[in-house]
Design a binder for this molecule. Sequence first.
Ligand code: PHE
Length: 442
Amino acid sequence: MAKRNQWATGIGFILATAGSAIGLGNLWKFPYLMGKNGGFWFLIIYLVFILVLGLPVMVTEMSLGRYTQKSPVSAYRSVGKKATVIGVLGVLVAFLILSYYSVIGGWILKYIESYAVTFQAVDFGSYIASPVEPIVWHFVFMALACLLCYKGAKSIEKASKFLMPLLFIFIVIIAVRSVTLPGAWQGLEFMFAPSADSFSFGSITAALGQVFYSLSLAMGITVTYGSYLNKKNSIPKDCAVVAGLDTGAAVLAGIAIFPAVFAFGLEPAQGPSLIFGTLPKVFESFAGGSIFAIIFFILMLFAAVTSGIALLETVVSYTIDDLHWSRRKSILIVGLAVFLLGIPSSLSFGVLGDITILNYSIFDFMGMLTDNILLPVGGLLMCIYIGWFWQPGKLIAEMEAEGMKFRLKKAWLWCIRTVTPALILVVTILGFIDVYQKIAGV
Ligand code: PHE
């Protein structure tokens, strides 16, 4: 077997993994979910889930990647024939997620164009409801991701070492501006003081799905990264740093958004439009706000594109390995299919707005399907298979390679065998009950 390329430095690995984890999930989705689900309790549950669910799953996937030295589907296949389905499920979810991820990527592109041409944001509500332009920008986003995926990720990796920290700095600046707006304290209170508003079983399900989504779990991505990881790196430590950075980015995005939401009297539970409606107001309160806005949205676009490429690569490498397509053919076909699948999601903000599936708009249904069902099910199957039907001891040995000590191995084993699967099961069932009650109007 050919030796796989490895990251030259530990920090390069951490940045690359964090670069794929940090994306729209942190900047766009986390604030809007928190806004919809009552703030404080959503945040607390999210943090607990990161610890007892996100981290154990991440550690498992990464060590599986390094142990097998294979891409996800082959990695699962080598663990057991039946486990192949976990890898394939991950590929399917990556495909579905990318279809609506790219629609949001298109919104960002439009904001950049709008700020560059008119020095202000478009009227978001009427823009996303229009039938053609959002689809054109969704196409441009996908085309960009395909092109960069085809060209290879070397230069993107280099750029991300500089651009991701810059994005962090920009979010900090926005957060500082946001918390110094008059009336900002209400936003901080919303995030950090307990209140039971708009919190339901569904909120717990949303937090669970978001942990998978934000840490890029159950899609094979972490397995792939693990397969490139040097034996000298400590897997648990690296995972903890990546999860910490990812969570930090999400919370920071919340601090940048909510004080402004309350200061400007906006609706925290408005959903996917939250940051797109709020940030322009913050930028208006800056000197040189439109220039700042352009740079910020370019950085956000970069974060979205790096995540988009990771999602695309997951599907592409599967079709290359298992269907034996050429790379070019694979990127073209997968890219086109993702674009087409994204169109109904985009239109559901306008002409297809009346179509609902189980009371969800098409866009929301796609999100529910991937985040609240497929990702948790993938994680559940993985924990059960590795924990009970395979030998998790092999992964412990992998983590303790080169004389390293994995102090929390008992806790990890306990999590992936019992705590994590039980939690996923209970929370997913509660989520179903919640959905059922909403449909039945109980
Ligand atoms: N974690 C990314 C985000 O937060 C989304 C993503 C999922 C990226 C899977 C790559 C793979 O936006």
